[in-house]
Write a protein that binds this ligand. Structure first.
Ligand code: C2E
Ligand code: CA
Ligand code: CA
Length: 558
């Protein structure tokens, strides 16, 4: 045996530590002589004495918290039947005082050299406070995602064999991001913990509340007879959230979104069930949050359409299914097209034509947006070059950029290289970023925007005035253009819209930036805008987005 003489520890010290842990009940031992049907377990750690029990399976069944009994017993069976090659089992035990502890049993089976008896020896650890990701989330002390997945698999199996139904609920605090933006991560952790404590009582005997990574909670309803029982749980949770939350004496208003999928109806595959549930949650969020969405037939249509779109998106560039349309931006005073916004169009042989409002978010989620964005940039600069060569006089071409593109490392270099390649002055390129994008952008992305401005590119804040608006984004950057959102133009005859538009115009004067009104469809809207002092207009009233050849006809007359 090689002994490392340089080790500066004394093995006896370790024995002390082990002895201490053993004495204090943080470590226990277990020996199960399977051949002789004899069991020894140190009492302190589990807080339960053996009584008449002679096998580990019986013992585990007796001490495990009622929600974990099945899994804990299964772990022992799986090991002694060679399904698993290690005996590692994490579960909860409820001490006599009602407190719940997380324990880890870890051991191995031996055959005694002399007696040939089979013996399972295991160490038992109290892992409640440790950052071991055995079974629980250390912040909330709830079941964690790994442990939860095992429970879900076992529930689905039971539901199928017992011919019953269960439900999966995904729960998320809608404004969590805003809260941590305002108060920091530590505060966010406190909120998560408080939230767990408040919704835990909603879960009853056959429910399991678990904490997924990030800010998502999940409830597993093992079985239910009537879907109303599931809806009741959702209602209780949304109701609880209407109460005031106080964290560090600060009053916090929260709302939650919930998504529900049912097994085995929606699926009996745990991963798919989770995906469907997450999708339903996403639908709740899309509808503004604060609601619960059941994965039903209607949502399933959207889900499968998204899957179809996803599957077709990857080849769309290679198959040359995209093209760009351009929508004129008109200066009403000069009666002249001053710029064009490039808008992508997609026609797929099987699906038909698909609106960017539908496929761009999917492309963003699945990462296709980078390739698509590159294509859009190159295509629009190539076209601008043609128009430049033909002598058309345009202030700029506008290109929409999503936050994911901006987050990409080489976005700026790429743009600069493309401008070089097509000989386009930077000032002719306007990058349209939505206010929302800007708000969720990392500091790195914000620095990139700064650099773009330094390089002479123009920045337009898209969808301005839609509720995300905050002045900070304007103070942070030298924004060149504010695009007044279509929703304000749609309601332009109301006092409220006019007041907001007036305020935006005042802002633009103060910050010395230009404004463009988007989605102008009627003469009445145009008249009101002109009266309020907005001279630049984009909308169907002047022109819909047009293919290159048709825009050229307009530019010819310009
Ligand atoms: P957006 O950037 O706000 O673009 C304006 C949208 O309003 C366009 O829809 C345009 O066709 C439409 N629009 C313009 N004037 C009017 C009007 O008077 N009435 C009505 N009803 N609609 C009008 P489109 O082309 O369907 O694009 C939808 C969204 O998709 C865009 O909203 C933009 O966010 C995104 N998008 C489009 N092309 C691209 C692209 O190349 N890259 C990225 N990242 N996003 C894009
Ligand atoms: Ca835009
Ligand atoms: Ca817009």
């Amino acid at each position: 045996m090689v002994i490392n003489k340089n080790l500066d520890f004394d093995i006896n010290q370790y024995e002390d530590i082990i002895e201490y842990a053993y004495r204090e009940g943080e470590l226990g031992v277990c020996q199960w002589n399977i051949s002789k049907h004899k069991l020894y377990v140190s009492e302190k750690i589990t807080g339960h004495n053996l009584g008449d029990i002679h096998s580990l399976t019986e013992f585990v069944n007796a001490i495990a918290y009622h929600k974990d009994k099945d899994l804990a017993v299964q772990d022992v069976y799986d090991y002694i039947n060679n399904v698993t090659s290690f005996y590692n089992s994490t579960f909860r035990v409820q001490a006599k005082d009602g407190k719940i502890r997380w324990v880890l049993f870890s051991g191995k089976m031996f055959e005694d050299e002399h007696t040939k008896e089979l013996v399972l020896k295991a160490l038992i650890f109290d892992v409640s406070g440790l950052k071991l990701r055995g079974g629980h989330d250390t912040l909330t002390n709830l079941v964690n995602d790994r442990f939860f997945r095992r429970k879900l698999i076992s529930s689905i199996k039971d539901a199928k064999s017992l011919n019953r139904k269960g439900a999966l609920l995904y729960i998320e605090i809608d404004n969590y991001k805003n809260i941590i933006n305002n108060y920091g991560f530590e505060f966010g952790d406190k909120l998560i913990k408080e939230f767990a404590d408040i919704i835990n009582p909603v879960t009853i005997k056959n429910h399991e509340l678990a904490k997924m990574p990030g800010k998502t909670f999940v409830i597993l309803i093992d079985s239910f007879d009537d879907i109303r029982e599931v809806k009741e749980v959702c209602d209780k949770i949304t109701d609880i959230c209407k109460n005031n939350f106080y964290i560090d004496q600060i009053k916090i208003d929260i709302s939650v979104s919930i998504g529900v999928s049912i097994f085995p109806d929606d699926s009996s595959n745990p991963d798919e069930l989770i995906k469907l549930c997450d999708f339903a949650l996403g639908q709740s969020r899309l509808r503004g949050g604060g609601i619960c969405t059941l994965f039903n037939k209607e949502i399933s249509k959207t889900y499968y359409r998204q899957l179809l779109i996803e599957s077709k998106l990857s080849d769309a560039i290679n198959n040359q299914e995209f093209c760009l349309y351009y929508q004129p931006q008109v200066d009403v005073e000069k009666n002249k097209i001053i710029g064009l916004e490039a808008l992508i169009r997609w026609t797929n042989g099987e699906i038909g034509s698909i609106s960017p409002a539908e496929f761009i978010p999917i492309a963003e989620k699945r990462g296709f947006i980078i390739e698509i964005g590159n294509w859009v940039l190159e295509e629009s600069l190539k076209t601008l070059k043609k128009w430049q060569d033909k002598g058309y006089d345009l202030e700029s071409i506008s290109v929409n950029i999503s936050s994911i593109e901006l987050n990409k490392n080489n976005f700026n270099e790429n743009l600069i290289n493309l401008c070089k390649k097509y000989n386009i002055p930077h000032s002719k390129v306007k990058i349209e970023i939505t206010e929302r994008t800007l708000m969720i952008s990392s500091d790195g992305s914000k620095r990139k925007i700064d650099k773009l401005i330094e390089e002479g590119f123009k920045i337009a804040l898209d969808d301005f005035g839609t509720g995300y608006s905050n002045l900070k984004s304007m103070l942070d950057f030298f924004v060149h253009t504010l695009k007044i959102d279509k929703s304000l133009i749609d309601n332009i005859e109301t006092d409220k819209s006019q007041a907001v538009i007036k305020a935006i115009i005042a802002l633009s004067n103060y910050f010395d930036c230009e404004i463009i009104a988007e989605g102008v469809e009627t003469k009445d809207q145009l008249d009101i805008l002109t009266r309020l002092g907005c001279k630049r207009i984009q909308g169907y009233y002047f022109s819909r987005p047009l293919p290159e050849s048709e825009v050229e006809k307009l530019l010819e007359k310009n």
